[in-house]
Design a protein around this ligand. Structure first.
Ligand SMILES: [Mn+2]
Length: 369
């Protein structure tokens, strides 16, 4: 963890700060909010990490005393007692604990700081101006080392295996929710910690909802079924989407599927370090647009994955990110036609110097069940 903390400290001067604070509160942030875990190993739901030029302090509550002792490296651990998970409890601990020493400007994450915590810090530390930052830890975490890539490969491999177990269950009369439950079960059975995110299982016209979640709807003959799943294993997520047809595909279904597959494969071939992420998006988008379906590709091509399922770099038309060696991104074009259905195909890809490595092994040719 020390190299990560040091990488963060190297950004202090350009950001004009002397300290950096990361907050994570139970029930406010998604459990994926992983910057504290990335920097010091702690994965509890409630913590503040304060990084100074020479020291780091992890503050959490009494529920996590033992867990923090086991997990944290590179930071001194303090737990406050008898306090609720409130900003004030953290603020008081930072103020009253004589071992916690810091002065000067504190960089904070605009996307994760709560209004309560901001007010509390201003109240207790009026001489430490708070400085807005955004994506600082995410940019560091976007470049994975080989240990992290190995962890992601394992998550992807478990996800592939779970998908293979799901396929035979896709039959007319089976509910989307049953499939969703089975995905969660298989992830855990096959060695994952949990789902990396709530699985998406959408069938029939519902497959036109890019981020629809499973319902009690039963799969019918002829339905497209889009499954977007990924486990969290060893702290890293996989993220894969496949669309299949239950029964025989119509010619229109085949056409749309072939189009999305073509776009997905061309983008997979093109991805490499040094490329602007928006140009990679364009590779897939141009193919779909040329076929007259551009208006139905309603999201970006992909995103980074890591400890969180959606992380840097962004891979979309608006992205300002450039792909770098060690990025792990998704490539997931889709076509969603309202009241008809949709197709998305998604792989996880490691960006290399002059190439890339596609991690998923699940078949991409149209599967008719
Ligand atoms: Mn994705």
């Amino acid at each position: 963890m020390q190299p990560r903390l040091d990488a963060l400290r190297r950004r202090f001067r350009p950001l004009g700060i002397a300290n950096f604070i990361v907050v994570k509160f139970s029930d406010i942030h998604f459990k994926e909010a992983a910057n504290i875990r990335y920097l010091c190993g702690f994965n509890g739901s409630n913590a503040v990490l304060l990084v100074t030029a020479r020291q780091a302090y992890l503050i959490t509550d009494g529920r996590y005393t033992n867990q923090a002792r086991e997990q944290v490296t590179g930071a001194k651990v303090f737990t406050y007692k008898n306090g609720f998970s409130t900003a004030d409890a953290f603020g008081r601990e930072m103020k009253n604990n004589r071992e916690i020493k810091f002065r000067g400007r504190i960089g904070f994450e605009t996307a994760k700081m709560t209004f309560d915590m901001h007010k509390t810090l201003q109240h207790y530390f009026p001489n430490c101006p708070l400085v807005e930052t955004s994506g600082v830890v995410e940019q560091i975490a976007a470049v994975k080392d080989e240990t992290e890539i190995t962890a992601i490969k394992r998550a992807v491999s478990i996800t592939d295996e779970a998908f293979a177990k799901i396929l035979p269950l896709l039959k007319p009369g089976v509910g989307e929710m049953d499939i969703s439950a089975e995905i969660t079960y298989q992830h855990k059975k096959l060695g994952a910690d949990r789902d990396g995110f709530e699985p998406i299982v959408v069938s029939g016209v519902r497959s036109s909802l890019p981020h629809g979640t499973a319902t009690t709807k039963k799969i019918a003959k002829g339905d497209f079924v889009t499954i977007d799943m990924g486990c969290l294993a060893g702290g890293y997520t996989a993220d894969m989407t496949r669309t299949v047809v239950v029964g025989k595909a119509t010619s229109e279904q085949k056409k749309v599927y072939a189009l999305v597959l073509e776009a997905q494969q061309r983008a997979c071939e093109a991805a490499q370090a040094g490329m602007w992420a928006k140009d990679l998006d364009k590779v897939a988008r141009d193919i779909i647009t040329a076929a007259g379906k551009g208006d139905y590709f309603t999201h970006g091509l992909g995103h980074g994955i890591g400890m969180e399922v959606h992380s840097a770099p962004r891979v979309g038309a608006q992205s300002k990110d450039k792909l770098a060696v060690g990025n792990v991104i998704t490539i997931e074009p889709g076509v969603y036609i309202p009241d008809w259905g949709g197709v998305r195909i998604e792989d996880d890809v490691v960006v290399r110097q002059d190439s890339n490595e596609i991690l998923n092994k699940s078949p991409k040719q149209l599967i008719e069940l």
